[in-house]
Design a protein around this ligand. Structure first.
Ligand code: HEM
Length: 192
């Protein structure tokens, strides 16, 4: 049943987007679109992207501590961050921008790209600033822009602000009592 609904939706999308009239459930492009939707669902699965965030924070404790200081100061410790707090949390926003920037290493815009440095985005929203905010391009452009952009960005922000507010993420300690630095490796995949 799910498969029939998926294929029906894919057929509607193909007709609206490309004007292709689908005649059969086994249409090759419908099957392709179905696989694309599965990939998108997987990318949007709760936890699929924020899972990268824990090793990032463990490796960059100073960024975590600065964001925690900001959230404690602005939101307080009696409640958790909400969307209405977003405009009042510039460092937490810059932290999310730096997570997005992990997708680019362009030294023209981001000197020392291997350094995790949310501060590089703090001035980007000032009038006249020429800095390029990663959120302005990681979701693509024009007609092919990510259809899930607002959902993905809002979910990521809420997840990150709440993780920062609630958890003191640090490196694990091995049997010899030494800190274990998580590897900065990405698995091949849609957004990871
Ligand atoms: C951080 C998370 C995400 C990033 C960075 C991202 C990025 C992108 C990019 C760059 C494209 C354009 C690809 C191209 O040029 O063909 C795209 C397309 C798309 N994305 Fe996302 N995406 C994310 C999450 C999501 C989520 C959660 C959904 C669904 C709920 C979604 C749905 C889609 C769809 C349907 C398209 C195809 C749009 C079209 O061609 O009409 N994305 N995404």
């Amino acid at each position: 049943m799910r498969s029939i609904v998926d294929r029906f939706l894919a057929a509607i999308m193909l007709e609206i987007t490309y004007g292709r009239r689908v005649q059969s459930l086994d249409d090759e492009l419908v099957r392709l679109a179905e696989r694309g939707m599965d990939g998108t669902n997987e990318a949007g699965r709760p936890g699929a992207v924020p899972v990268d965030f824990f090793p990032i924070l463990a490796r960059n404790r100073s960024a975590l501590l600065k964001a925690q200081e900001e959230i404690d100061r602005v939101v307080g410790r009696d409640r958790l961050p909400e969307f209405s707090d977003r405009d009042s949390l510039p460092y937490t926003n810059a932290l999310l921008e730096e997570v997005y920037r992990a997708m680019t290493r362009d030294t023209k815009h981001y000197p020392e790209p291997e350094e995790f440095r949310p501060e590089r985005h703090l001035r980007s929203k000032l009038p006249g600033s020429k800095a390029l905010l990663p959120s302005s391009f990681v979701f693509g452009f024009g007609r092919r822009v990510c259809a899930g952009q607002n959902l993905a960005d809002a979910s990521m922000w809420l997840a990150i602000a709440n993780i920062v507010a609630l958890f003191d993420v640090c490196k694990a300690i091995d049997d010899a009592g030494k800190e274990v630095t998580p590897p900065a490796e990405f698995l091949p995949g849609f957004t990871r």
